[in-house]
Design a protein around this ligand. Structure first.
Ligand SMILES: NC(=O)c1ccc[n+]([C@@H]2O[C@H](COP(=O)([O-])OP(=O)(O)OC[C@H]3O[C@@H](n4cnc5c(N)ncnc54)[C@H](OP(=O)(O)O)[C@@H]3O)[C@@H](O)[C@H]2O)c1
Length: 221
């Protein structure tokens, strides 16, 4: 059985990624910090408290895993260095750890408009520029990477069955939103779609989209 490490598993997208992985019968390892709080649904799952900036501990955490999904991200705060530290440097640390331990498959949750300079989101520590630096670490890694760039995230799950995900190639969507639950299921779909390797995939959702799988969408990129 494939074992998937999920970093940032205590986050609002991260915990859903873990839940979706478990639904699909993957084994999981939740990479979080000492202070991180996991929801009840994940309390009895394998948890590993590790600093993303401690290379040897990170290597040990990833050594028995087959894939890593990165759902870490700077939490909005007054500390404007968060994006540089978490969205760029911590992603690079995780990529390098995968390279050292021979973990080949890596998926990163990034953001629409990654790399854009003129954008209101950049008021928070130039986050879109640092997200692009994080993405680049994957692109240059020789690993089997996929970048998932979601639009604005929400927690709506009530009518989720009516929502259809629009998957598109890089720099094709600039607005739109998507429930975190669908970002999570898209990460797991990427894990199961080998055509997603080496691709940046942008995702938003709406009931008005045509219902296509990730694989069908990639064929039309
Ligand atoms: N908000 C949006 O509309 C939007 C849109 C597009 C993309 N995104 C991106 O999507 C991703 C998920 O967003 P989200 O709002 O669901 O996440 P979130 O709830 O803010 O969770 C962030 C995760 O990152 C972890 N983290 C933060 N700083 C860390 C550090 N120094 N060391 C280790 N772990 C750290 C947090 O751990 P703790 O629980 O310990 O704090 C948490 O698990 C992020 O990369 C975000 O930038 C967001």
């Amino acid at each position: 059985m494939m074992k998937v490490a999920i970093s940032g598993a205590s986050g609002k997208t991260g915990y859903r990624i873990a839940e979706e992985a478990i639904k699909k019968k993957f084994q999981t390892k939740l990479l979080v910090r000492n202070s991180s709080i996991l929801p009840k649904s994940l309390e009895n799952k394998e948890r590993c408290n590790v600093s993303l900036f401690n290379p040897s501990k990170l290597d040990n955490a990833l050594r028995d895993c087959d894939a890593l999904i990165i759902a870490t991200g700077a939490r909005p705060s007054a500390d404007l260095t968060g994006p540089c530290k978490i969205d760029a440097r911590a992603v690079k640390q995780q990529v390098e750890s995968c390279q050292r331990v021979g973990l080949k498959r890596i998926i990163l949750v990034s953001s629409l408009c990654s790399g854009k300079l003129i954008h209101p989101l950049n008021l928070f520590g130039f986050i879109l520029l640092f997200k692009r630096i994080g993405e680049r670490a994957l692109e240059n890694s020789q690993l089997d990477w996929t970048v998932i760039r979601p639009g604005g995230l929400n927690e709506d799950e009530e009518n989720i069955k009516d929502e259809c995900v629009l998957y598109s190639s890089k720099n094709t969507q600039e607005e739109g939103s998507i429930p975190r639950r669908l970002v999570a299921s898209s990460c797991i779909e990427a894990l199961q779609t080998k055509e997603s390797i080496g691709k940046i995939i942008e995702i938003t959702s709406s009931p008005n989209n045509k219902r296509l799988t990730m694989q069908q969408s990639i064929e039309e990129f």
